[in-house]
Design a protein around this ligand. Structure first.
Ligand code: 8YV
Length: 351
């Protein structure tokens, strides 16, 4: 997939208010692919001719094609694969994909742009929630929290023991954040409160004032940073450049006790290489909220004790999901009213 930020910069000049005039005269047909919070769905019913997914079933390919052929606006989520095969059947009806979520790696942006379809996302409103879950995994993996819970639930706990479930102290460890965007910075703020020292790698160095505020050390060379960290947190988007960024040779640079946390996208890490290292005890552990082939979980991961697994719940708060829905509504409303949608990843051509 292409980099959303780079695309946004190349906004299509034909994405003009005039070009959307046909849409402004009537309520747009909006297809929502998953069940959203009630408040969001009710508002969508008021504003649009919305088709909701009441039973929350997953759209197969045929249903997605039917949706894009018959809707002005599609509201997908990360669980939908909006590839070229689907998009090529979307015109002339579909004009906007208002994604419910920030990551847009499940949408073929190149083809959407080629076809003049606008794509929006929901940045900003899930930052704190995702950073909270990231921090929870940063704590849970080195402190073996879920391992302890499993022991207890299995009825195997025989009481306190001086050497039982010893983990690693959080304070004083070095945290290496890969991707110092909104979420990476929110993780850094939390991490400082727990006494971690913050290091980061990013495509571009963040402004000096931000570095100072976060007391964060920049590593231009990811390989070098990996070799010196105790904990790694992956917080960058999935793009062509970041797919398998944590490859086998890169992962091999981690220290034996290092813990890797991923709340971004599973495909950024070579999952099989990660399993090799975890199985051989060549790294300390992992906290994973995202998986390469979700919802299928690599069975090798399930057999490991030294990892904490959560089912892609970084943004799963009531407030967060309602705010995401509100962003989707604002994007659709702005678009159909002839204004530029605020969270454009791709600015398309409309008729
Ligand atoms: C969302 C996410 O819940 O926004 C994202 O990119 O990963 C999640 O937190 C999900 O994408 C909903 O589509």
């Amino acid at each position: 997939m292409l980099d959303p930020a780079a695309h946004a910069k190349r906004a299509n000049p034909t994405d003009s208010p005039k070009a959307r005039s046909a849409l402004t005269s009537k309520k747009p047909d909006v297809v929502v692919t998953r069940k959203l919070p009630e408040a969001v769905e009710v508002r969508m019913m008021e504003l649009f001719r919305a088709r909701l997914n009441i039973d929350d079933h997953r759209f197969g390919q045929a249903e997605l094609v039917e949706a894009v052929k018959t809707a002005d606006v599609l509201v997908p989520t990360v669980t939908d694969r909006i590839g070229a095969d689907v998009l090529r059947q979307a015109r002339p009806k579909l004009k906007l994909i208002a994604n419910f979520g920030t990551g847009v790696n499940h949408i073929d942006l190149k083809v959407a742009e080629e076809l003049g379809i606008t794509v929006t996302n929901t940045p900003g409103v899930l930052t704190e929630d995702t950073a909270d879950l990231t921090m929870a995994l940063i704590l849970a993996a080195p402190r073996r929290i879920t391992e302890g819970e499993r022991l207890l639930r299995a009825g195997k706990w025989e009481g306190w023991g001086p050497t039982l479930l010893l983990g690693h102290r959080i304070a004083g460890q070095r945290l290496g954040i890969i991707g110092m965007g909104r979420i990476g910075q929110a993780v850094a703020r939390r991490a400082r409160g727990f006494g971690l020292s913050v290091h980061y790698h990013n495509r571009h160095r963040v402004p000096e004032a931000t570095e100072q505020e976060l007391d964060a050390a920049y590593w231009e060379d990811l390989d070098q940073m990996l070799a010196h960290m105790d904990i790694i947190s992956v917080n960058c988007p999935l793009t062509d450049e970041t797919r398998h960024m944590l490859s086998a040779p890169r992962l091999a640079r981690l220290q034996r006790h290092a813990v890797i946390v991923n709340t971004a996208r599973g495909e950024i890490i070579d999952e099989n290489a990660l399993c090799d290292l975890l199985e051989k005890g060549q790294i300390g552990g992992a906290g994973l909220d995202v998986f390469a082939e979700a919802p299928h979980i690599n069975p090798r991961l399930l057999k490991l004790d030294n990892i904490v697994l959560t089912p892609h719940m970084g943004s799963a708060t009531y407030a967060g999901r309602i705010a995401m829905g509100e962003k989707v509504i604002i994007n659709i409303k702005s678009f159909v009213d002839g204004n530029a949608a605020p969270d454009r990843v791709i600015a398309g051509v409309t008729n």
